[in-house]
Ligand binder design. Structure first.
Ligand code: ZN
Length: 319
């Protein structure tokens, strides 16, 4: 593996790359030896809205315009780079295979877009020839957390609890890995997932799905009502369902890929009752060889994501 060669006695060379994250807006940063240098740049510029789900600047932007803005950011960030650029990594919410966005429910205009080819060509016309890597945003979060928590030699998994539910895996492995759409219910009435599939994790836990389920209450009101002394029965029942769903999807991942570290991140980790989650998980994973898992809530920030995009791109360039 390229990784193990890099650990020899030869002096390590400085690795410079640019990490980009497309979420509600685009964030880009220069990453030198796995650390962000200077401020992140964003499109649109300025501070993002405080409320979750309030940042929709990219939804109306056609693919060509989006590529144009991505390119401008990379060019702008690259002016701060004091040596050759090793890689450009971009993470976006969608199913990505071979640089093509095969599905992107939250940025529907990108479906079918050959992001890798478009961006690589556009950057080349600006004199930037570094390899470009496109990956799913949750995999980017996993790579970023692995880097920041000193776990680049470990397998880690992450659930991102936001508008949708992302499932990230580090190190990168080829495949679909749409863990957010893990089936966790056989109830026909569970039809709130953005992909249209029944019984999905995201259809229970996703912010958008919760709004569809409780048309009269915001998700934070649902959890607040569930957590009062005599919890509202409908909200309390949902709180249990929400935790059972996450436990079920995590248990499935453990049964398939084994034990290890799971990180929870995203703006809705505020709803997680760790005691309840672990209790359900304990009921679902009973075989002793696979009980060595751990779960940790970690801060969701753009810097981690930008580092993850960059680190994943560096590793892809070495493959
Ligand atoms: Zn789904």
């Amino acid at each position: 593996m390229a990784d193990s060669r890099a650990k020899g006695n030869a002096p390590r060379k400085t690795v410079r790359s640019i990490g980009i994250v497309m979420a509600g807006r685009i964030y880009a940063g220069l990453v030198v030896d796995h650390k962000v240098q200077g401020e992140l740049q964003t499109y649109p510029s300025g501070t993002s809205p405080r409320e979750p789900d309030g940042d929709n600047a990219l939804v109306e932007l056609p693919t060509d315009a989006l590529i144009e803005e991505l390119c401008k950011l990379v060019v702008s960030v690259s002016t701060r780079c004091d040596g050759p650029l090793d890689a450009v990594g971009i993470a976006l919410p969608g199913l990505i295979r071979n640089g093509v966005v095969e599905e992107a429910p939250n940025l529907p205009q990108l479906k079918g877009a050959k992001i890798h080819e478009l961006l690589f060509t556009k950057l080349a016309s600006h004199g930037i020839s570094a390899p470009v890597n496109v990956l799913n945003d949750a995999d980017g979060v996993a790579a970023g957390l692995a880097s920041r928590h000193g776990k680049l030699d470990h397998m880690i998994r992450v659930w991102t609890l936001g508008t949708g539910i992302g499932y990230g895996h580090y190190p990168f492995i080829e495949g679909v890995w749409e863990g957010g759409h893990t089936v966790v219910s056989l109830d026909d009435k569970e039809h709130f997932c953005g992909c249209g599939g029944r019984g999905h994790l995201e259809g229970i836990m996703g912010h958008r799905a919760m709004r569809l389920r409780f048309l009269d209450l915001e998700p934070e009101e649902v959890f607040a009502a569930a957590n009062t002394r005599h919890g509202d029965p409908r909200c309390l029942e949902f709180k249990h369902l929400w935790h059972k769903a996450l436990a079920a999807a995590t248990a499935t991942s453990i049964h398939q890929a084994g034990t290890g570290k799971f990180f929870l991140t995203g703006f809705n980790v505020r709803f997680v009752d760790m005691y309840m989650l672990k209790d359900y998980l304990h009921q679902m994973v009973k075989m002793s060889p696979i009980q060595g898992y751990s779960i940790e809530i970690v801060e969701d920030d753009d810097i981690t994501r930008v580092i993850g995009s960059a680190v994943a791109a560096e590793q892809a360039a070495e493959r």
